[in-house]
Design a protein around this ligand. Structure first.
Ligand SMILES: Nc1ncnc2c1ncn2[C@@H]1O[C@H](COP(=O)(O)OP(=O)(O)O)[C@@H](O)[C@H]1O
Ligand SMILES: [Mg+2]
Length: 375
């Protein structure tokens, strides 16, 4: 039996907003995605009222889950200050108390954007970030995760790039995650990694139109409503860029460190500098910079050409006092294996590129010593 948007709306009309009107009349719902029994949407409210809405989110989730045929419901509460409207004053003790039992305890300020509790069982969450898209962030995140796996660590990979989730393609994963008895999502096991991607739940084009605040809330749920089990490292493939969404995400996710991917071109380096500044702002240590597409290695003759003017990232890392983690060449084998769902560390484990990613992984592990027991 396939679930329709109309069924979802009918169920939601029974849930009341904190102001007493039906949720469907409250002008807070995003478009509703129904995909193969999986329902996803967001409730967009004023930041001032976010706490009062948390229990509404929980109720909405339970009525949607009760619809026959629904296998999972992910409902994101996104708090946003509405432009041009002065927020109504609210008494400090008023409103509805947040009721989500699975939520970590909130900070005294209680803002839903300030949840930063550790993820039980996960020793270190690290972000892989870039100032802009297309620099090879996802390719690096996946091969780095595999490199860490090769060092004997238990590794998870979370594709949080809501603007263009590419981990399903890079890993060749086509199945959808199942739910356990607590209705938490079970990550998909591939190449010895526990993998979760926002792309498992929605189609790529749907993801493209999501707005910033919704991104953050969805990612918080992807972190917390997934059975990660015991992990040494959870690698997060971040959305590219350094805008508000990325900043809040960096704030929201309990990060032990961040890795910045840059190409040698100047422009990309300027973006990388913005990335450094962003993590500094939220007190997340930058574990280092990786220079991707660092030089071109001819697949036929092996000759190396520095087509982008190689070495910029190393120089920049030195200047900024940030570790330089390594250089990955622009090579046909990396592109072809990535795009075919067989990352190079898996498909050519004894090749030169796998060795480069493992060396980068070893540097990352060394920096996590003391945090990760197995490191
Ligand atoms: N070192 C590399 N050599 C060759 N191709 C690469 C390399 N790194 C990434 N690519 C290719 O570049 C494209 C963009 O990489 P991707 O990892 O998806 O970037 P991002 O996540 O930053 O948008 C993909 O087609 C990928 O296969
Ligand atoms: Mg990507």
């Amino acid at each position: 039996m396939s679930v329709t948007q109309q069924q979802v709306l009918e169920s939601l009309s029974r849930v009341r907003s904190p102001h007493g009107v039906a949720l469907t009349e409250a002008d807070v719902l995003s478009a509703i995605t129904v995909n193969d029994g999986k329902v996803f949407f967001s409730i967009n409210v004023d930041a001032q009222e976010a706490r009062a809405w948390e229990s509404v989110r929980v109720q909405a989730e339970s009525v949607v889950r009760a619809i026959p045929g629904v296998t999972s419901a992910m409902i994101a509460l996104t708090a946003e200050r509405k432009a041009g409207s002065a927020p109504p004053p609210r008494p400090a003790t008023g409103g509805v108390k947040p009721a989500a039992a699975h939520r970590p305890p909130q900070s005294p300020q209680g803002s839903p954007m300030s949840r930063q509790a550790e993820i039980p069982g996960v020793a270190a969450v690290i972000a892989v970030a870039s100032g802009k898209g297309g620099v090879g962030k996802s390719t690096t995140a996946l091969n780095l995760a595999l490199g860490l796996r090769d060092l004997g660590l238990k590794v998870g990979l979370l594709d949080a790039d809501i603007y263009g989730p590419s981990i399903p393609r890079l890993t060749g994963i086509r199945e959808k995650p199942e739910l356990n008895s607590d209705r938490k999502m079970i990550p998909i096991e591939r190449f010895g990694l526990s993998v979760m991607s926002i792309g498992f739940l929605v189609e790529e084009d749907t993801a493209m139109i999501w707005r910033g605040p919704m991104v953050m809330s969805a990612i918080t749920q992807m972190l917390r409503d997934v059975v990660w089990g015991t992990l040494d490292v959870l690698v997060v493939d971040m959305p590219p860029g350094t805008g508000d969404a990325q900043l809040t995400l960096a704030q929201n996710v309990p990060l032990k460190g961040a890795i910045i991917i840059s190409t040698p071109q100047d422009l990309s380096l300027i973006d990388a500098r913005r990335g450094l500044a962003m993590f500094k702002k939220v007190n997340v240590p930058v574990l280092g910079i990786v220079e991707n597409m660092s030089y071109f290695q001819c697949p036929h003759c092996g000759t190396r050409s520095d087509i982008f003017g190689h070495g910029g990232a190393r120089h920049e890392a030195e200047r900024l006092g940030v570790p330089f983690l390594g250089e990955v060449p622009l090579h046909m084998a990396i592109r072809a294996t990535s795009d075919a769902g067989h990352p190079v560390v898996v498909s050519e484990p004894d090749g030169p590129h796998a060795a480069i990613y493992r060396a980068i992984a070893a540097k990352v592990r060394d920096q996590l010593r003391g945090v990760v027991a197995a490191a």
